[in-house]
Write a protein that binds this ligand. Sequence first.
Ligand SMILES: Nc1ncnc2c1ncn2[C@@H]1O[C@H](COP(=O)(O)OP(=O)(O)O)[C@@H](O)[C@H]1O
Ligand SMILES: [Mg+2]
Length: 243
Amino acid sequence: MPEIALQAQRVTAGYVPDLPILKDVNIAVQCMSVTVIVGPNGAGKSTLIKAIAGLVPLTEGQILHHGEDISHLRPDLMVKQGIAYVPQMDNIFRTLTVRQNLDLALRNAGSEAATRLDELNTLFPVLRDKQDAKAGGLSGGQRQFLGVALALATRPSIILMDEPSAGLSPKAAQEVLECARSLTEQGVTILLVEQNVKQALRLADHCYVLAEGRNQVDGPAADLLADPILAKIYLGATRMNVS
Ligand SMILES: Nc1ncnc2c1ncn2[C@@H]1O[C@H](COP(=O)(O)OP(=O)(O)O)[C@@H](O)[C@H]1O
Ligand SMILES: [Mg+2]
């Protein structure tokens, strides 16, 4: 049996007491896989990612990291556990240069900082080329690579990404998703939310469909993509021309 890196079990959570956004949500993410969460706007996808990252309180259920309950861990301690979160917005410091962003992310890396900086620049050569440029001046795709690089600076074993391809051109979106996929080859586990359903399903291993704060269906990404009924009901097949 492949090892489960992360599990949400019967999670109920929300922003205001007695008004749950997530209701009894269950997901399991296998080690070194890409798991994608899709669903309509307002389904609770971002809330689920934030609840896993410790940013939205759970009223019921639990989050397990390799079987250990991390439901009530402070967000800064999540990082120590190897869990990194890349928010959809504001995941870089726009007024700082690329290099300053990376230095900030590596501030606690001590004597390893130089090696890690080199690793990140090797993984994303564009960040070395643009190291003196203001992060806010990068292209959308480059900004996402920087956001992922900042997350990788803490050497996480799991990265939670909220719509990393939002607002990008189809080509840049593909590059960002392929980047996420390639990280699994380095031992990283990826859980991401995506609106580019078709592109994401082609790259992901497993997919969860969420609607109205509840699990709707889940399965191997390839099966969901291939099943015309599921595609039509849950993934907007007509619009996406999935058949
Ligand atoms: N900070 C917040 N405070 C209160 N309600 C919120 C907040 N963020 C999101 N919501 C509500 O939670 C629901 C789910 O939102 P969200 O998780 O952002 O959905 P999705 O990411 O699937 O589009 C929506 O009804 C939204 O209005
Ligand atoms: Mg969202």
